[in-house]
Design a protein around this ligand. Sequence first.
Ligand code: GTP
Ligand code: MG
Length: 184
Amino acid sequence: GLRKKEVNVLCLGLDNSGKTTIINQLKPSNVSPLSEEWKHVSQTQAQEIVPTIGFNIEKFKSSSLSFTVFDMSGQSRYRNLWEHYYKESHAIIFVIDSGDKLRMVVAKEELDTLLNHEDIRCKKIPVLFFANKIDLRDAMSSVKVSQMLCLENIKDKPWHICASNAIKGEGLQEGLDWLQGKFL
Ligand code: GTP
Ligand code: MG
């Protein structure tokens, strides 16, 4: 049959924002809030989630696309790894902890650095934001998160923000459907 289109997705955001939890939700052992369409083809099994060291690579297939997701560590000491993957990335997922008001300014700094990087600035790649951990009692709304990060200033790339609860898998499908739509 036809070869599936290969899409490299870079998953970024501060440590503890929920990147690995989101990606873990795509694994088939999690009987799903997510649709059957998302078939995971990596060898790894769902496991207890620990802070990522460096990065992990996960592969997922939908009916017409083959995604390679680079799940980067958000810890400050590993953030300098991110830029090495900008050139070959076709999409970005940027995860924010909606309950972490103190570090929202740090998240904004990292986002601005990313968007101003020479390997990203000129590319019209889609950026999907997850305002994650909306289950937390004092979580900010996705509208508030989007204001704090000044997302309306992003004019040269398609972007979308979804509120999510990665532990329950809520909000993830909406975001992934949007992202997938950019490659169909
Ligand atoms: P690094 O790998 O260190 O960059 O972190 P990460 O962004 O991959 O975060 P990770 O997925 O490891 O999640 C960090 C913690 O947040 C874990 O204890 C998760 O269980 C928790 N967590 C993730 N998503 C949610 C959510 O939607 N709600 C709540 N309440 N906790 C969450
Ligand atoms: Mg992680």
